[in-house]
Design a protein around this ligand. Sequence first.
Ligand code: NAD
Length: 257
Amino acid sequence: MDDRTAGRYDGKVAVVTGAGSGIGRAITEQLLREGASVVANDLDVSALAADESPGRLVTVAGDVSADDMPQRLLDAVVTLGGGRVDVLFNNAGIGSARPALDIRPDEWRRVMDVNVDAAFRLATTVGRVMVDQGAGAILNTASVAGTHGLPSRVAYVVSKHAIVGMTRALAVEWGPSGVRVNAICPGLTESGMSERLKRDSPDYWAAREAVVPLRRAGLSAEQASTALFLCSDEAAYISGMIAEVDGGTHALYAGYT
Ligand code: NAD
C-alpha cells in the first residue's frame, strides 16, 4: 500500500475465498491494510489467524463447494457489517494436470464443483444482496487457462473458460443494477499452488519463466493489486473486463517462442 491506495477500502465489507494462501491471502492482507472488513474462507485459515486487524476479520473454515458455504459466508457478513457486502473475490481454485483421455469422472467433477459451481453459487448468493443494494463489485480469479488451451489440463482449462464466461454473463445481467463483475487471468504466479511445481519441477518452472515477456513469474501481491483496483471506486466504469495479469504472456504467439 502507498499514499494513493491508503484507506481506499475504508468501511467496505469484502468476502474472499481461497484466502489462506497465495493470491487470496495477498488479497485479504491488502484489503485489511486498506481499511476493509473481510470474511475470509479457506479449507485452512490458520495462516490468517494471527492477523492484526481486530474486529475486521472473520475466518470461515471449510470447503467452498459445500452446500451451506454461501449462507455461512453471508451470516459472517452480517456479523461484520450488518449485512451489507461491497466486494466478493471468488478466488478459491484447484488445479488438475490430467490429459483428456486419462481424466476420471470424479476428478473432472471435483474441479467443476470447486472452480465453477461453487463460484457461481457464491456469486448468485452475494449478487442477490448486491442487486438489492444497487451496488457491488465481484472479482473472479480465472487464469491464462481461461482464454487459452494448455496441454494435459483439460478440466482446469474448461473450468477457467467457464469462469470467464460467467464473468461476462453476470456483468451484462447485473450491470443495470449497479453491480460490476470482472476477472483476472493470472499467468505464472508465485503462490502455494506454484511453489509445489517450482520445488518438484525446477526445470519446467525455469522454462515457463523464460517465455514470459517480462522474464519472471508474477507475485501474488501483483495479482492482488490488480484485483483490488478492479473492485475499487477508481474502476467504477470497468465491468466485464478479463484482465490478463501475466507479464505479457497472452500477447505472445506461441509459434514464435
Ligand atoms: P494457492 O494454492 O496458493 O491458494 C489457493 C487456496 O485455495 C489455498 O489456500 C487452498 O486451501 C484454497 N482452496 C482450495 N480448494 C478449496 C476449497 N474447496 N474450499 C476452500 N478453499 C480452497 O494457489 P493460488 O495460485 O493462490 O490460487 C488462487 C487462484 O488463482 C486459483 O483459482 C487458481 O486457479 C488461480 N491461478 C493461479 C495461478 C498461479 O500460477 N499461481 C495461475 C492462474 C490462476
